[in-house]
Design a protein around this ligand. Structure first.
Ligand code: HAM
Length: 422
C-alpha cells in the first residue's frame, strides 16, 4: 500500500503554485515599499517559548501544539505561529539595540493540531509581519494600510478589516474584573472551557464560538468603554491615521484574539466566504511580550495572514495566468534530437522558456502537446525541411509559419520570438 500524506497536511501541486508565487511576489514587493526585511526563523523552537508568549490557557497551547521530546529529552514544538520565534530572534541577535524601528516579515509553515475543515489545516502557511520599537500609533495604521495594499494588490474583494483595542496593563485588569462579574452571574449559559477559563482569562469568553457563550456576551461590558486615557488616545490616533490613507475598517468592540500577548490595538481581516473560518488573518500590538521573554522593554506589533485561506478565496473568483513556454521543440525523428537539444539550450540561455520532450513523435502529436502546454511558438524539425538546412517556425496564435535557416538558428529564432524584423 502506498503511503499518503498525514490528515491536515497538504501538498501544493505545480498547477496551484502560480497562486503562491503571485501572492508571495506581490506581498514581497509591497513589504519592500514599506521597508520590511525578510526574517527566516526555525520551524522548531523550545516548547517553553510558545507557552510563555501565546499563553498557557489558549487553545493553541492547551490543545493544538505539536510537541515532542528530542533525543536528549528536551521538549520542542513545531511552531504554531511565527511571532514568538521572531521575538526570540530579535532578543537573541539584539536587533533592536540601536533604538530604531525593526520591521520584519516571514513566509512559512506553521502547525496546529486542529480539526481539519475548509480553511483549516494542521500545517498552514502564514505571511507574518512584525514591527518593533515603535510606540506611536502610526505603526498600527502602517501595518493595516500595508496589509490592505497587499489584499488589493492580489485582487481580493469582499474583505472587511475589523479593529478594536484591548487596553493595557493599567486599564485591562479593571475591565477584566467587570467582565468576570458579568460572567459570574451567567455561568450556566457558558461552555465548559469558558466556565473554567473566565477566572484567569475572561476575554477568551468573548471569542468563544459556542452558541451559549456568543449569546451571553452580547450584553457584556466592552473594553472600548473602559480604556484609560492613553489607550483611548492611541486608538483615536490609529483611526485618524487610517482615515488619512482612505483605508476602510469597522470598529468591532467584541473583537478579541486567540493569543494572550496582545495589548491595545487588535485587528482582523474577515470574509463571509470561508464558513466558520472567517479570518483571513489577524494581529495586533503586543507591547509587553519582548520584555516578558527576557528582552528590552520595547513595543511590538504585527499580523499574520493565512495563505491557504487567501488563495482559496482568490481562486474562487480569478483565473490564474499560467503562461506556457515561449517555444516548443517539435523534433520528429531521432535524427533531429541532437540538434533540437542544442538549439533548446541555446535559446533557454537567452532567457526564453523552451520546452522539449525526448522521445520522437509525429507532427500531429507534437502540435497537440504544444497546444496543451500553451506554447507561443513551435519549432518543427522534420526530415523534409531539415534536408534544406531549415526548420519551420510556427506562431501558434496567428497560425502562420515560415522556414528558418538552421545555420543562424538561435539568433534567427530569438529575433522572431522577440518580434524583431528579420
Ligand atoms: P492567528 O489569528 O492565530 O494569529 O493566525 C493568523 C491567521 O493564520 C488566521 O487568521 C488564519 O488565516 C491563519 N490560520 C491560523 N490557523 C490556521 C489553520 N489551522 N489552518 C489554516 N490557516 C490558519 C497569529 O498567528 C499571530 N501570530 C498573528 C500576529 C503576528 N500577531 C502579531 N503578529
Amino acid at each position: 500500500m502506498s503511503i499518503k500524506a498525514i490528515r491536515g497536511f497538504k501538498d501544493v501541486l505545480p498547477e496551484e503554485i502560480g497562486w503562491w508565487q503571485k501572492v508571495e511576489g506581490i506581498a514581497a514587493r509591497i513589504l519592500d515599499n514599506f521597508g520590511y526585511k525578510e526574517l527566516r526563523v526555525p520551524i522548531v523552537e523550545r516548547t517553553e517559548l510558545f507557552a510563555r508568549s501565546i499563553g498557557k490557557e489558549t487553545d493553541i497551547v492547551e490543545k493544538e501544539m505539536y510537541s515532542f521530546s528530542d533525543r536528549h529529552g528536551e521538549s520542542l514544538t513545531l511552531r504554531p505561529e511565527v511571532t514568538a520565534g521572531a521575538v526570540r530572534a530579535l532578543i537573541e541577535h539584539n536587533l533592536a539595540a540601536d533604538g530604531r524601528p525593526v520591521k520584519l516579515y516571514s513566509i512559512g509553515p506553521n502547525f496546529r493540531y486542529e480539526r481539519p475543515q475548509k480553511g483549516r489545516q494542521r500545517q498552514f502557511y502564514q505571511l507574518n509581519v512584525e514591527a518593533y520599537n515603535v510606540a506611536q500609533p502610526y505603526i498600527d495604521a502602517e501595518l493595516i494600510i500595508l496589509w490592505t495594499r497587499i489584499l488589493d494588490g492580489v485582487g481580493l474583494k469582499d474583505i472587511q478589516m475589523h479593529i478594536n483595542s484591548l487596553g493595557c496593563s493599567s486599564c485591562r485588569p479593571q475591565y477584566n474584573r467587570k467582565l468576570q462579574n458579568f460572567i459570574k452571574d451567567r455561568l450556566e449559559t457558558l461552555c465548559e472551557d469558558c466556565r473554567r477559563r473566565y477566572q484567569t482569562n475572561p476575554l477568551r469568553v468573548l471569542d468563544c464560538k459556542s452558541r451559549g457563550c456568543a449569546e451571553t456576551v452580547q450584553e457584556a461590558p466592552l473594553m472600548l468603554d473602559e480604556l484609560c486615557s492613553e489607550c483611548g488616545e492611541h486608538f483615536q490616533a490609529v483611526r485618524k491615521a487610517l482615515a488619512s490613507a482612505d483605508v476602510s475598517y469597522e470598529v468591532t468592540p467584541r473583537l478579541v484574539r486567540g493569543l494572550d500577548y496582545y495589548t491595545r490595538t487588535v485587528f482582523e481581516a474577515q470574509t463571509g466566504k470561508l464558513g466558520a473560518q472567517n479570518a483571513v488573518g489577524g494581529g495586533g500590538r503586543y507591547d509587553n511580550l519582548v520584555k516578558n521573554l527576557g528582552g528590552p522593554d520595547i513595543a511590538g506589533i504585527g499580523f499574520a495572514m493565512g495563505l491557504e485561506r487567501l488563495i482559496m478565496l482568490l481562486s474562487e473568483d480569478q483565473e490564474l495566468n499560467n503562461p506556457g513556454p515561449d517555444l516548443f521543440m517539435a523534433f520528429l525523428d531521432e535524427a533531429a534530437l541532437e540538434l533540437a537539444f542544442k538549439l533548446a539550450n541555446g535559446i533557454r540561455a537567452e532567457g526564453f522558456r523552451v520546452e522539449m520532450e525526448y522521445t520522437p513523435a509525429s507532427l500531429k502529436s507534437r502540435m497537440k502537446r504544444a497546444g496543451k502546454l500553451g506554447a507561443e511558438w513551435v519549432l518543427i524539425l522534420g526530415p523534409e525541411e531539415m534536408s534544406r538546412g531549415n526548420g519551420i517556425l510556427r506562431n501558434m496564435s496567428t497560425s502562420t509559419q515560415e522556414e528558418v535557416s538552421l545555420d543562424e538558428a538561435v539568433t534567427g529564432i530569438i529575433k522572431r520570438l522577440k518580434g524583431d524584423k528579420v
